[in-house]
Design a protein around this ligand. Structure first.
Ligand SMILES: [Zn+2]
Ligand SMILES: [Zn+2]
Length: 159
């Protein structure tokens, strides 16, 4: 079974050979371990990667977008929530990347996985809500205040 890794590795050589020629890279990849505190992109929800790469001097410019369906739990009432995450990409790869601002080209390989991972992980909702007006759960009796009244009296007085 091919690992996502190898699918996301491109040879920089082919871009350097044709500098200024823009090439499309589009793939739907299964990527594991895409989760943050409040949400996750399960590997079965493939990530749509749609990028254009072009060599400018020693730099490979990467532009495009990533998108994937995420799922999570509402931070107030704990119901399952989800949505489509779309992240624009404007990044660079360079062989002498030591400043942390660009991604490294190592051994002539442009590995897109760290980029895809970074961009998605920093864009996933940390504390999703099922709706702006979610009333949450009563901390006393656990009643879902969106659908029922509090039975313990802790939150009913304030509502
Ligand atoms: Zn909610
Ligand atoms: Zn209560």
């Amino acid at each position: 079974m091919p690992h996502a890794n190898s699918l996301l590795c491109l040879s920089a050589e082919s871009f350097w050979r044709e500098r200024g020629v823009c090439r499309e890279f589009a793939i739907r990849a299964e990527i594991d371990d895409l989760s943050c505190l409040g949400s996750v992109i399960p590997p079965s929800n493939r990530v749509d990667i749609s990028l254009e790469l072009v060599a400018e001097g020693a730099t490979i410019l990467v532009d495009g977008a990533l998108s994937a369906e995420w799922v999570g739990t509402c931070r107030r009432c704990l119901v399952e929530v989800g949505g489509l995450l779309t992240v624009p990409v404007h990044e660079m790869y360079r062989q002498d990347a030591d400043d942390g601002l660009v991604y490294p080209i190592t051994g002539g390989i442009i590995d897109l996985e760290p980029l895809v991972r970074d961009m998605l992980l920093t864009s996933l909702p940390l504390a999703p809500l099922c709706g702006e007006g979610c009333k949450g759960l009563c901390p006393g009796c656990g009643a879902d205040l969106n659908h029922e009244d509090c039975a313990c009296g802790l939150t009913s007085v304030t509502r």
